[in-house]
Design a protein around this ligand. Structure first.
Ligand code: TNX
Length: 772
């Protein structure tokens, strides 16, 4: 009897515990113990702040305002409080650093301790994540728990490019709010680039009068078919800038959220906008036309700041002086990336400087440039940070390197005892796709999915313990060539930014992809409630072909580990009543697979993934290449050309690529087979250096040794035809019987005359080979 009673009490307690929602804080705290019960947040709660002071007052105000938003209650703030209370304490707390905090929640009290306001602020973020995202009818309960927490890295950053597209001060604040909610502490503000100058500099009014405005065009600068327009194209009316007053306000707004703003003033390249306003500081002082302000990467020559002209340095120092007065950040970012040094090569002043300073070449001139600017910043007690190109020609003595072209620049700098911030394109470029390009909004290219971001490790294995200390942290970059609305900005950083926040805040051991996925779900609900845009790329099903023993199988995969995949093959959209995916299944005829994920038995909204398959006599047969395809374009592996999927004008996905070399493929049909045509599909995309082959030769054989040529089909599309397009090269003949097929596609060899890559290796893209 007694035992039975005990069991039922245990079951009851377990039920109560189960009923209590699990705390789903992102980033995962260093130590979190959830306890039974909850602190009921109602009108009777008082807030107690133990020490007065502006910074604490800022945090408390932020907290009460946030609570008011989700509850409607204006909690009173007191120095002594009785009854149910939330206490903010600044005390020297052992075991947690400058940004750490302790949070203890019991049914009667919430107690927050930190040694600095930053810690209090982060405790507040953890607390707020236990409440609903918006005001609802829900009872507000903070689960009882004990948290001890501090970040792993001190640079937890996000960059926003406001040059390629301008975002208003209000939107920048919204961006900062999002960072703060996930305990990110650095906002790298890319204020200047070729496409527009965005910061008011009192001494140089043309920067905002002229260089902030352009004739509108945007999209994919290398692919004219994908260029879009927002505004009137006859006048330079597109753009905007921040006044110094607005900047001061934003800096204060960020500071109240523990976010430091690192401003970036690009030099010596990416300076088309500044040079349109002040051509006298470029190597090409002839007046550039007003329209050129909007030139994303410079159409002809890139007008760098002239490294031989002291007045250009004077200009930049004046600009930096005003910048430093606005931004208290220790770090000032000076760009330094992608400098086209050809204008320096042809500039008399630059060449004179090279001689006078005993420099070897233009690389060393770039290094001279950055050294000189660093000296100026150091004299003003600031530190220089720049993109990894600042390593070229010799790194400035105290510079910090932001490693974007992979990690090698960062590794090199750390080994030279310089600080680094990791920001490699893969996976930290958030202008890249986060899911299947066919169902995602326009992106730069590339593929940085949520899972790849989550698994990023900022400390490279190459660094020893001491060198690793130079890795301050990491940041993701949102370049905005393709991003013209703030909705799109949100979409690109959600949910990848919270994933990065966990990489940078939580301990390495705490990282758990499945657990993150589960904790993320309520955050996604919150995004939806708040009307925030976010990508569901993480839920998208990847429909992949697999050739096994001559059979064509299809596998369905998703990054999300929580759901069930449903699919159809009859063209209808899948639902929970459709076929449930268990394992790869065979395809025997032409059909379209559509697949989508269900979580907790409810379909994730959005377009399902879709893939059509067409089969022919070569599908699934073994294929051999004379020269291997490029490892950068693995597509679906060695069987890509016989996998039943056709490449589209999207270059990244289904193609096998050959750089400068020909494609020679031999297919064994397994037995003598009768057919009357052979086809090879190819891609041309001028802007991406991809050209149709000069000709394609089709041969057949019975023994795999003696081949007979059936036809050689010449290309008829001009090499200068810029529209991305696909083309089938087909040999038709009297049906005959053969076992082997050999297809040779002749690479154009070099990019043609007048092409930006003139003389360099041309790409040949092939998919698929069809025998019918
Ligand atoms: C490279 S990253 C750039 C940017 C582009 C970006 C597009 C870097 C320092 N330079 O100018 O916007 O790629 O992903």
């Amino acid at each position: 009897m007694k035992q039975g009673f005990m069991i039922s009490v245990c079951v009851w307690i377990a039920c109560v515990l189960n009923a209590q929602p699990r705390v789903h804080i992102i980033p995962q705290p260093a130590d979190l113990q959830q306890r039974e019960g909850a602190f009921l947040l109602d009108q009777s709660v008082q807030v107690k702040a133990s020490v007065a002071g502006k910074e604490i007052a800022d945090v408390v105000r932020y907290f009460t305002a946030a609570v008011k938003q989700v509850s409607g209650y204006a909690l009173p703030v007191k120095t002594t409080a009785t009854g149910k209370r939330i206490r903010f304490n600044i005390t020297a707390t052992e075991g947690i650093g400058a940004e750490g905090y302790r949070l203890s929640v019991t049914p009667s009290q919430v107690d927050i301790r930190a040694s600095k306001p930053a810690g209090l602020f982060y405790a507040v973020q953890s607390l707020l994540q236990t409440l609903p995202a918006i005001r609802t009818n829900q009872v507000l309960q903070i689960p009882c728990m004990e948290i001890t927490d501090e970040p792993r890295f001190k640079w937890r950053g996000m960059m926003l490019d406001v040059s390629r597209h301008f975002f208003s001060p209000e939107l920048v604040k919204e961006f900062i709010d999002l960072l703060a909610a996930y305990k990110m502490n650095t906002f790298h503000w890319h204020l200047v680039d070729g496409a527009g100058w965005r910061i008011e500099i009192k001494k140089y009014p043309k920067l905002t009068g002229l260089a902030a405005w352009r004739v509108d065009d945007w999209g994919k600068p290398w692919d004219w078919s994908q260029i879009r327009f927002n505004a009137d194209r006859s006048k330079a009316t597109y753009g905007g800038f921040y006044t110094q007053e607005q900047i001061k306000e934003i800096v204060a707004y960020a500071a109240a959220r523990q976010v430091t703003i690192v401003p970036e003033i690009e030099m010596p390249g990416h300076s088309e906008a500044a040079m349109a306003a002040y051509p006298e500081y470029s190597c090409l002082p002839q007046k550039r036309s007003f329209k050129d302000t909007g030139d994303f990467y410079g159409k002809d020559v890139h007008p760098n700041y002239c490294a031989g002209n002291d007045a250009a340095f004077g200009f930049l120092q004046d600009v930096l002086t005003e910048v430093m007065a606005l931004f208290p950040s220790t770090y000032i970012h000076v760009g330094g990336d992608e400098v086209d040094k050809s204008s320096w090569k042809h500039c008399e002043l630059c060449q004179r400087r090279i001689k006078k300073e005993g420099l070897k070449n233009e690389d060393e001139l770039q290094s001279y440039f950055i050294h000189r600017i660093e000296k100026f910043l150091i004299a003003h007690k600031r530190k220089l940070i720049g993109w990894d190109e600042i390593l070229e020609g010799g790194l400035a003595p105290q510079a910090t390197v932001m490693s974007w072209r992979g990690e090698s620049g960062g590794i090199k700098a750390a080994q030279m005892d310089h600080d680094v911030v990791m920001s490699p394109t893969g996976p930290l470029y958030f202008d890249y796709y986060q899911g299947d390009p066919e169902t995602e909004p326009l992106a730069f290219g590339g593929f940085n999915t949520l899972k790849r971001v989550y698994h990023y490790e900022p400390i490279p294995a190459e660094l020893d313990k001491d060198q690793a200390k130079h890795v301050l942290g990491a940041q993701a970059n949102l370049w905005t060539e393709q991003i013209s609305s703030y909705e799109h900005v949100e979409y690109m950083i959600l949910p990848r930014m919270p994933a990065l926040a966990e990489v940078l805040w939580s301990t390495k051991d705490a990282r758990n992809w499945k657990d993150f996925n589960q904790r993320l779900q309520p955050h996604l609900v919150g995004f939806e409630q708040k009307g925030l845009h976010y990508s569901k790329g993480n839920f998208k099903v990847d429909i992949k072909p697999q050739v096994v023993d001559g059979k064509l199988l299809v596998s369905l995969e998703t990054e999300n580990e929580d759901g069930t995949i449903f699919y159809t093959t009859d063209g209808t959209d899948p639902g929970t009543g459709s076929l449930r995916y268990e394992k790869p299944f065979e395809i025997k005829g032409a059909l379209t697979v559509k697949a989508a994920l269900a979580i907790h038995n409810s379909m994730v909204r959005g377009r399902p993934a879709q893939q059509s398959f067409t089969l022919n006599k070569a599908t699934g047969r073994p294929l051999q290449y004379a020269t291997p395809y490029s490892k950068y374009y693995p597509a679906n592996g060695p069987s890509t050309l016989v996998d039943g999927i056709r490449g589209t004008t999207d270059a990244g996905k289904q193609w096998h690529a050959f750089n400068g070399s020909d494609m020679v493929a031999t297919i064994d049909l397994g037995q003598r087979t009768t057919a009357g045509s052979i086809t090879l599909g190819c891609l041309q995309s001028y802007g991406q250096w991809i050209f149709f082959p000069q000709w394609v030769k089709f041969e057949v054989s019975e023994d795999g040794k003696q081949f007979t040529e059936m036809a050689t089909v010449k290309n008829t599309v001009p090499v200068a035809d810029k529209a991305p397009q696909t083309k089938d090269f087909t040999a038709r003949f009297e049906p005959r019987s053969f076992r082997y097929v050999r297809v040779t596609a002749k690479n154009l060899g070099q990019c043609p005359k007048g092409h930006p890559g003139e003389g360099q290796a041309a790409w040949l893209f092939c998919d698929e080979i069809m025998v019918e």
